[in-house]
Design a protein around this ligand. Sequence first.
Ligand SMILES: Cc1ncc(COP(=O)(O)O)c(C=O)c1O
Length: 391
Amino acid sequence: MLARRVLELKPSATLTITAKAKELRSKGINVIGFGAGEPDFDTPDFIKEACYRALKEGKTKYAPSAGIPELREAIAEKLFRENSLNYSPSEIVISSGAKMILFLILMAVLNEGEEVIVLSPFWVTYPEQIRILGGIPKVVKLPEETGFVPDPDAIKEAITEKTKLIILNYPNNPTGALYGREVLEKIAEICLEKNLLVISDECYESFVYEGDFVSFASLDEKLKDITFTVNAFSKTFSMTGWRVGYVACPERYAKVIANLNSQTVSNVTTFAQYGALEALKNPAGKEFVNRMKAEFKKRRDTAFDLLRSIDHVSVVKPQGAFYIFPNFSYYSEKVGGDVELAKILLDEGKVACVPGSPFGAEGYMRLSYATSMENVREGIERIGEVLSKLG
Ligand SMILES: Cc1ncc(COP(=O)(O)O)c(C=O)c1O
């Protein structure tokens, strides 16, 4: 009796592996987890305290569907200050994490049978959400040789009369690739020429180790009219469980997205929004982010050096986010695929990694270095040992 739209639905691969690792750990097994899609830092106290204050002040009732006005205002200021984006609060909608925001955007603009260009390796959720809504993910593969940075001509070739939208995500999950101004400008030109909408998922903007982060819509005045800039407090302030994300887009879309929000989640937990407000307003927010970033950069360097010293493994140095995406195909081909290899790594090495295939990249493995430096070293050492036995 299930609806057709969910017959092909897959559970989130990243959450599944994290759960498996937790289960083993609860049995007392020393598992090193590279599966986490969240910083290993606690949410800072000053943010928690703002939330406690909001609770004590009775901010425990329904809030406006698009978000509390103070937070929409603070997000507009942040986008202006940090991203050179000029949005008014009425062009901002807050929902339950970037994930729900993405779903609401797709719900608002995508008709059945329309195509969405998704660059692979992709974040696992994009194709699933598109399919749930009857859309068609049109996958454009990004080769490792180009550092997983898109070739604008390949994007152009993938466009048909059914293409409605393209999703960009940089720094990227799972590759850590950052797209530079030049590539983005070429993509922008194509989108404007072909009349495509753009989702720019900028959730990892705070974690850039080389190069500059450029918000897609800031490249050209005209882009504001076609772009949905998506972001969240989840990764930047280590607030994944708070579920606060947002979109900035033209008001004609923002109104519809807010209406969809009102008919689905109603509003993001009211007191959580006050915590998010403090994260933006308090200068301690920036200090916290910089501290995390410095730590991630060290781990990124260590992970990169260790992985590339393993025989038959190639790896692109990630420029951002907190993931590294080595090519293990030499080994995965020996054992029947990357899912099988991930199982072997977990069973024999007690290391949890997410296989590349759910990201559209068979033979790769996603390692999140949002775990201690000690774990990064020990975990990759264990991987090396398991692989050398296979080789
Ligand atoms: C690229 C990307 N976009 C969006 C999200 C979702 O973020 P949130 O936790 O705010 O829903 C994630 C989380 O892993 C992500 O990696």
